[in-house]
Design a protein around this ligand. Structure first.
Ligand code: TPP
Length: 556
């Protein structure tokens, strides 16, 4: 093995230094012979916190959540082959959510690479594997291309529409002597210019509308001020799950994320304009695009290929959400001549949607109500795995204080919440992170509970333990005549598990116990778990049997 020379002489060290120069303060990953020159540099330079996850999937989820909560670049470091492959499911989620993630992975020595010569850790078609999961894939071929390629990768991940970018750095390249005069600079990313003619047309449509609505998606997260100004001038609002809290969820003129309930649909039926801002209009939030939306339908998206993809639109504006809404506001009067009843109708529809959802919770009302009073008030990051409790109350009833504080598995993959909470907690150390997880999902990601302990992170894990894949059982009951195959699992004794890893654990055997036990976790230094014993508490009042045609408002 080559001896590692002094500081900053090799490409591995240069990468570590350049990342720190770019403002990267945390990297998540797993050490390996194929990435040790970079990690040796990170450790010796001491400018970046490296969080050693227990698996690459967890590292990817951490970097993704870190990016979502901090608004900065999330960086994950894996090894080549199996290790890069381990990150794949989690990278699919980062791609779905359009997270600013840089996945630095490696490659075997260049002389063996891409040629199926059976070198250890080789996957001959690794770039093909990565390309399906990445906005773009780059490779650093030699010492001359280090800074330029790193710059391109960071630029691609950070430019709207943002998304995970993979960067391969072969191990022999990491060992090469670096060219020292190359310096990286944080990219200044360009946005397409606002189309003034299209904004004029949109302003005409708005002036003619009596009941206009905004549908705000994740792409509108930077447009909160402008969206709120439109609401204060007379618009109504509704959000996707990714767009939650772009307009404060407490505002009376927003449906929040109650976007698919019968009451919401009744509101849409009486609207005469909807502007969809930065939203994919996802299948599980629009009844697979069958839900009627108002006409005219206008779409604002920075990505031109999104135009009319899920719904035909009357007008498409290819530009940034905040800039476009600001240009629209500049053309509109301070108060629009809209129906003064619209905000009241929305407030009533929202209250009815909430009430209907709440009564469907049955014995879990107390838990949902307590979280509703705690999570937004404490500005806690609210991280959720795919579990019935999230599909019902977590995704919309429990409010969040700002868009970046909501983190959930947008693509519907279970098992990511434990690790996502770690990334969120590192991004927002000022407020304890609250994570809602199921016992089935927990079993995929539970190794990362040890990482949370190791890193001393302030996280409360709420484990909704029904000792089964509950939603799968409900689907089996609803669609497969109750044949509950493969949905009952042996579930660990989580109390014993937590004891083994030094994580405080408490169990709520009744809903009434939840509030006090949950509040006690808020004072813990480091992570803690509160387990909700759903077997002893019993079923929800309304069965949730999965999206998109499940219980009222039941998209996940
Ligand atoms: C990665 C992945 N594998 C499988 C599934 C299918 N699936 C959806 S929900 C679910 C069960 C989740 O069980 P649990 O975490 O206990 O939550 P519960 O449904 O009991 O509330 C499964 C297996 C999925 N969504 N994602």
């Amino acid at each position: 093995m080559k001896e590692i020379p002094s500081m900053t002489q090799i490409v591995g060290y240069q990468i570590a230094e350049a990342l720190a120069d770019l403002g990267v303060t945390t990297i998540f990953g797993v050490i390996s012979i194929h990435n040790m020159p970079i990690l040796d540099g990170i450790a010796r330079q001491g400018r970046i916190r490296f969080v050693p996850s227990r698996g690459e999937a967890g590292a990817m989820n951490m970097a993704d959540a870190y990016a979502r909560v901090s608004g900065k670049l999330g960086v994950v470091l894996t090894s080549t082959g199996t290790a890069a492959g381990n990150a794949a499911g989690a990278q699919a989620e980062a791609l779905t959510a359009g997270s600013r993630v840089l996945h630095i992975t490696t490659q075997i020595d260049r002389q063996f690479m891409d040629r199926d010569r059976a070198a250890i850790h080789d996957v001959p078609k690794q770039p093909a594997m990565l390309s399906g999961l990445s906005k773009a894939v780059f490779r650093i071929w030699d010492e001359k291309g280090v800074i330029g390629t790193l710059d391109a990768a960071v630029r691609a991940a950070s430019t709207a529409p943002t998304g995970p970018v993979s960067l391969e750095i072969p191990i022999d390249v990491q060992h090469l002597e670096a060219i020292s005069d190359q310096k990286v600079r944080p990219p200044r990313t360009a946005l397409p210019p606002v189309d003034e003619d299209a904004v004029n047309q949109l302003a005409e449509l708005v002036r003619a509308a009596k009941r206009p609505m905004l549908w705000l998606g994740g792409g509108a997260r930077n447009a909160g001020k402008e969206a709120l100004a439109l609401v204060e001038r007379g618009f109504g609002a509704v959000t996707s799950t990714q767009g939650r809290a772009v307009v404060p969820e407490t505002h009376p003129a927003t449906l929040g994320a109650f976007n698919m309930t019968p009451q919401a649909r009744a509101i849409y039926a009486r609207c005469d304009l909807m502007i969809v801002v930065g939203s994919r209009l996802r299948g599980n939030e629009t009844q697979n695009n069958q839900m009627e939306l108002p006409a005219p339908l206008v779409q604002i998206d920075v990505e031109p290929t999104q135009a009319g993809r899920n719904y035909p639109v009357d007008l498409f504006l290819c530009s940034d959400a905040a800039q476009t809404l600001a240009a629209l506001l500049a053309r509109l009067p301070d108060t629009l001549a809209t129906d003064p009843q619209l905000a009241h109708d929305i407030a009533i529809a929202r209250a009815q949607s909430e009430g209907q959802l709440r009564s469907g919770l049955g014995p879990y009302q107390q838990i949902a109500d307590h979280l509703l009073s705690m999570v937004p008030a404490g500005r806690h990051p609210w991280v959720r795995d795919i579990t019935i409790s999230n599909s019902t109350f977590g995704n919309r009833y429990v409010q969040i204080a700002a868009p970046h504080l909501g983190v959930h598995a947008l693509g519907g993959g279970i098992g990511q919440g434990i690790a996502m909470a770690i990334g969120a907690a590192i991004a927002a150390p000022e407020s304890r992170t609250i994570a809602l997880i199921g016992d089935g999902g927990a079993q995929l990601g539970m190794a990362e509970l040890i990482t949370a302990v190791d890193e001393g992170l302030d996280i409360t894990y709420i484990l909704m333990n029904d000792a089964a894949y509950g939603v799968i059982e409900n689907i089996q009951d609803a669609q497969y005549e109750g044949r509950r195959h493969f949905s009952k699992l042996k579930t660990p004794d989580f109390g014993t598990l937590c004891k083994a890893i030094d994580m405080p654990h408490s169990k709520a055997a009744a809903s009434e116990d939840f509030a006090a036990l949950f509040d006690a976790t808020l004072a813990v230094n480091g992570p803690a778990m509160i387990e909700v014993d759903m077997v002893s508490i019993g079923p929800f009042a309304t069965v949730f049997a999965g999206p998109p045609a499940g219980a009222a408002g039941g998209a996940r």
